[in-house]
Design a protein around this ligand. Structure first.
Ligand code: AMP
Length: 187
């Protein structure tokens, strides 16, 4: 099963993705985590990505597309994968489709979590205190929300047209939301 989690920063993709990946026994891959590790390890990818990440902008597709291809070509992804934080642009979505099609696969489900803006900001402030991410500042977060609206929400239509998009209420307890996620997957 190949599943994509779409949603604004702070909408719960990471939390729900971790739960769902255990329940379905498929790996969760988050490009944000891979990029943060690359920045920590000071690799060429990390050096290229870090300025964009700190500003709350997307890392350019010319940098990300290679990473996505690598992820989807890996043996762990063979039985299915939970994509958290990618694709984020139409070019990335097309790359995901092409790579999966090469293996005779396709995206099965796309889930998106709806959370009011003031709740997103509240969650970001909580996470900033807990994790200390350089892009969890009010300025970078505003930018990330704007980038999501502009560059990633067009993907909602892209998948809606295919009939594989489920829009979920992303508010409430973690367990409640996880229940909604399972319902959507089982349909
Ligand atoms: P995330 O942890 O998913 O919120 O990602 C943190 C930051 O990493 C984003 O604000 C982007 O700068 C960068 N990033 C993560 N995934 C992608 C992606 N698929 N395309 C472009 N930039 C990404």
């Amino acid at each position: 099963m190949n599943i994509i989690l779409l949603g604004a920063p702070g909408s719960g993709k990471g939390t729900q993705g971790t739960i769902l990946s255990k329940r379905l026994d498929i790996p969760r891959v988050a490009t944000g985590d891979l990029l943060r590790a690359a920045v920590r390890d000071d690799t060429p990818l990390g050096r290229e990505a870090s300025q964009f990440m700190t500003r709350g902008e997307l890392v350019p597709d010319r940098v990300i597309l290679g990473l996505i291809e690598e992820v989807l070509a890996s043996p762990e992804a063979e039985r299915g994968i939970l994509m958290d934080g990618f694709p984020r642009t139409v070019a990335q979505a097309e790359a995901v489709d092409a790579r999966l099609a090469e293996r005779g696969r396709a995206v099965d489900h796309v889930l998106t979590f709806e959370v009011p803006r003031d709740e997103l900001v509240r969650r970001m402030i909580g996470r900033a205190a807990a994790e200390g991410r350089s892009d969890d500042t009010p300025e970078a977060f505003e930018q990330r929300l704007a980038v999501y609206e502009e560059q990633t929400t067009p993907l909602l239509d892209y998948y809606r047209r295919r009939g594989i998009l489920t829009v979920l209420d992303g508010t409430g307890s973690i367990d409640d939301i996880a229940g909604r996620v399972m319902e959507a997957i089982e349909q």
